[in-house]
Design a protein around this ligand. Structure first.
Ligand code: MEV
Length: 716
């Protein structure tokens, strides 16, 4: 497996994170596509076969904690968890341990215990003697239940007998059947063995079968894990003190262990394991000495290092029906990079220890609320509709103030926005949003697009005076522009954008136009719009191969346009009386235009007549939509957009997430809503006469970033 350290992973978008995992071999293309399109999630129809009375499925975040090394092996940790700070804490802890050699974990044996309880035994001693004498025969009979387990190298290893005294003085015999379940969790397997062998055991005892089921106290599968941290003395000692307190205070030990289970449960769910079983075993083990105790222990090592050790019963599985039933579980297992159940158990123990460390480190320093506060402040700033431009500054001020409220965020944003208004850009450009006809345009049909005004601003700065823009994908375009315009060294460019990239909104063309204009005005080059457009078209070729030319044209001229490209680009400017009431919303996945256009082409080969009929209909929609736009007939235009979305869905470029977004926009009052651009991720556009704020709010509160045409409405 490749390195599990992925620099800057948290700074990437969801789709870029998926790309990074594919590039490093943690994820195959098929699973990556499933994640991108939301097809990894359990379908309600499959869920209906798993439990009773199903009415739907329930979702939680799936995240990745990188950086893990356990016993020299690289692992990622897939985590299903809703609690903020857990993933970030784990990632940080694993990075620290990585610097000190990684986690070392051991597991001496990995056996699941099946129990058969026999009651009403007259002579307990004689019964146990008979059971001991029949030991080999019982093992053989038990192994006969699952011959395939034996073939796989597993099976019943031993049977032990325990005498139990009940509260009223009666006695019960507990037979413990110790089963090696190989890579399976083994619950069903062991329960079947218990049920099969129980009558023989009861007969040997001359008693009655009371219970026959596995035990979740899996203390024949104990994991031990150790890690060393190099830390400042004060924090190190704080962690040791916290550990010592947990050792004597069951109230604290419960919370201490909860922190451990935050990580273990999240990994267990992500890999399809029974986390209730793991929880039950962990807490029973924590109380094994008659008082509830912490599962981990922290102390100062011989060289002043912080040493952490955890001892916990864990018996997860990597194969079996319940895992394969859920497609997300197999993706989780692949991401974890484990090749056996024992490796997964070792990783779980390391995760528990690391999660515990992260919590104790926070408690011993800033306290646990600081990390939560940051996330809370980000979500409040987002609900307040703070623009990208001042977003981070607003978040920092909210935290510093300690008054994390929506009204406060708005107040700070207004002040910061105002103070930044003197900052006049050297060049600006529009983004574009297609209202009708995407994909059909590839086959020579009309499409209708409108600009997203003032979407990108560029500033020329002295080289080295300011950080260069953090947009590596545009470095080549910037070089091309500098070259075409003969910009001498010593000039750099800084960008402010309210357009996300790769979202079907023409960001790359808008960047090129804004940058070209910035150099043009700063260096007084005297280029007209046509020349700017031509340079931007060159940049688009660099980015997209064979672009239609519409993105750079709209970025330059910033007017609504009906266009077609049947070898050459034909454009017709559409005059509109007012700013359109449009809301754009971005999905969590970036679209890959090239791949999606290629996919449509492949499917068209197989159903040419039908696809061409769809494209012809889209052509008619674009023409009718242009007329509706000219009359400002938004109801008609909205209706046509809805039909266009249906056609785009028919040619398979929509995703479940885009469908959900379209439904949210329509339910909030949009006259029309559709995916825009290539699809397969990217954005939707909604036409919202009289309900721009309602639709924006509905989409934002479902977690989607929205962009208004009017910059004052720009929302994060
Ligand atoms: C919160 O989910 C977990 C912690 O309470 C664990 C601990 O206190 O050690 C932070």
């Amino acid at each position: 497996m490749s390195e599990s350290r992925i620099k800057g992973f948290h700074k990437l978008g969801i789709s870029e994170r998926i790309d990074a995992l594919v590039k490093r071999g943690w994820l195959n293309d098929a699973d990556a596509e499933r994640l991108r399109q939301g097809r990894h999630a359990l379908l309600a129809s499959s869920a209906d076969r798993m439990v009773e009375n199903v009415v739907g499925v329930f979702s939680l975040p799936l995240a990745i904690a990188p950086n893990f090394i356990v016993n020299g092996r690289e692992h990622l940790v897939p985590m299903v968890i809703e609690e903020p700070s857990v993933v970030a804490g784990l990632t940080m802890a694993a990075a620290l341990v990585r610097n000190c050699g990684g986690f070392s974990a051991t597991c001496d044996e990995s056996l699941l215990i099946g129990q058969v309880h026999v009651s009403d035994v007259e002579d307990i001693d004689a019964a146990i003697e008979r059971l001991l004498a029949a030991g080999e025969q019982l093992i053989e009979e038990s192994n006969g239940v699952h011959p395939r387990l034996l073939e796989r190298g597993g099976g019943v290893r031993d049977i032990e007998f325990h005498r139990l005294e009940l509260g009223d003085g009666r006695h019960v015999i507990a037979a413990h059947i110790l089963v090696d379940t190989c890579d399976a969790m083994g619950a069903n397997l062991v329960n079947t063995i218990c049920e099969a062998i129980a009558p023989t055991i009861a007969e040997l005892c001359a008693g009655r079968v009371a219970l026959r089921i596995l035990s979740n106290l899996v203390d024949r599968s104990i994991l031990r894990c150790r890690a060393v941290f190099d830390l400042a003395e004060e924090i190190r000692d704080g962690i040791v003190l916290a550990s010592d307190i947990a050792a004597v205070d069951p109230y604290r030990a419960a919370t201490h262990n909860k922190g451990i289970m935050n990580g273990i449960d999240a990994l267990a769910v992500a890999t399809g394991n029974d986390w209730r079983a793991i929880e039950a075993g962990a807490h029973a083990y924590a109380a094994r000495e008659g008082r509830y105790k912490p599962l981990s222990h922290w102390f100062v090592g011989a060289d002043g290092e912080l040493v952490g050790e955890i001892e916990i019963p864990l018996k997860p599985g990597t194969v079996g029906g319940s895992l394969t039933a859920n497609p997300a579980a197999s993706i989780g297992l692949a991401l974890a990079g484990v090749s056996s159940a024992i490796e997964l158990a070792e990783l779980m123990a390391a995760v528990g220890l690391a999660q515990n460390f992260a919590a104790l480190r926070a408690l011993a320093s800033t306290g646990i609320q600081a990390g939560h506060m940051k996330l809370h402040a980000r979500s409040v700033a987002s609900s307040a509709g703070v623009s990208d431009k001042v977003f981070d500054a607003v978040v920092d001020e909210l935290i510093a103030d300690g008054d994390v409220k929506v009204w406060k965020a708005r107040e700070i944003a207004a002040r910061l926005d105002e103070s930044g208004s003197a900052d006049t850009p050297d060049g600006i450009a529009a983004g574009k949003v297609i209202l009708l006809g995407e994909h059909a345009v590839v086959y020579g049909k009309h499409a209708l697009a409108v600009p997203v005004p003032d979407a990108v601003s560029a500033f020329v700065v002295e080289a080295g005076a300011e950080p260069s823009p953090n947009i590596p994908e545009f470095e080549a375009a910037i070089a091309l522009i500098k070259n075409r315009l003969d910009v001498v060294d010593g000039h750099d460019v800084r960008i402010r954008s309210r357009l996300p990239v790769a979202m079907g909104l023409g960001a790359s063309a808008a960047f090129a136009v804004a940058i070209t204009r910035a150099f043009n005005s700063k260096l007084k080059l005297g280029l007209d719009d046509e020349a700017v457009n031509e340079v931007a078209f060159e940049c688009e070729k660099l980015a997209h191969g064979t672009p239609s030319g519409i993105d750079n044209t709209i970025a330059t001229y910033a007017v609504p346009m009906l266009f077609r490209n049947d070898g050459v680009l034909e454009t017709k400017e559409i005059s509109v009386a007012e700013q359109l009431p449009i809301v754009i919303a971005c999905s969590s996945q970036t679209g890959r235009t090239r791949d999606i256009v290629a996919g449509v082409r492949e499917r068209r080969e197989l159903a040419t007549e039908q696809y061409d009929a769809v494209f012809a209909q889209m052509d008619a929609l674009s023409l009718a939509g242009t007329a509706a736009l000219e009359r400002a007939d938004y109801d008609e235009l909205g209706r046509l957009m809805n039909i266009c979305h249906g056609l785009l869905t028919a040619i398979e470029v929509s995703t479940p997430e885009l469908e959900a977004m379209v439904a949210i926009a329509r339910a909030a009052g949009a006259a029309g809503a559709k995916l825009t651009g290539a699809g397969g991720g990217g954005s939707i556009v909604a036409l919202c006469p009289g309900c721009v704020d309602d639709v924006s709010h509905a989409l934002q509160s479902s977690g989607f970033r929205t962009i208004g045409l009017d910059e004052r409405r720009a929302r994060h």
